[in-house]
Design a protein around this ligand. Structure first.
Ligand SMILES: [Zn+2]
Length: 114
């Protein structure tokens, strides 16, 4: 359950940022999570719901945006995107000369405060 500690640190960051800017409550937070980040979205969403209770984010809605794993293959010179959490070879041509360009995200994209 490392999602719990990630949820707690994410909450710490957004709560701190909100207070620093003089706001008192958080309405919504949009988070982007890559498929390859190792974070399970369901467990993460649940951890956030539990962790937010004693904070100014208690009424906040957390929107989790999942980013697929994607990259560029120099074997076939194409972009690819897949639903798996990791790949060993290009899903299009089987080459192993590819570069992962997205899918490791774990970031706050948007935040609505009051
Ligand atoms: Zn390829």
């Amino acid at each position: 359950m490392h999602e719990v500690s990630i949820a707690l640190s994410l909450l710490n960051i957004v709560v701190k940022k909100c207070q620093e800017e003089g706001f008192h409550s958080i309405e919504s937070v949009k988070v982007r999570i890559g498929k390859a980040s190792g974070i399970l979205p369901e467990a993460f969403a649940f951890a956030l719901e539990v962790a937010k209770k004693d904070t100014i984010a208690r009424d906040a809605k957390f929107i989790i945006d999942i980013v697929p794993l994607g990259g560029f293959c120099s074997g076939c010179a194409r972009q690819f995107e897949i639903d798996e959490a990791y790949i060993l070879e290009c899903p299009l041509c089987g080459s192993n000369s590819f570069q992962i360009q997205k899918g490791y995200e774990m970031e706050v994209v948007e935040m609505e405060v009051n």
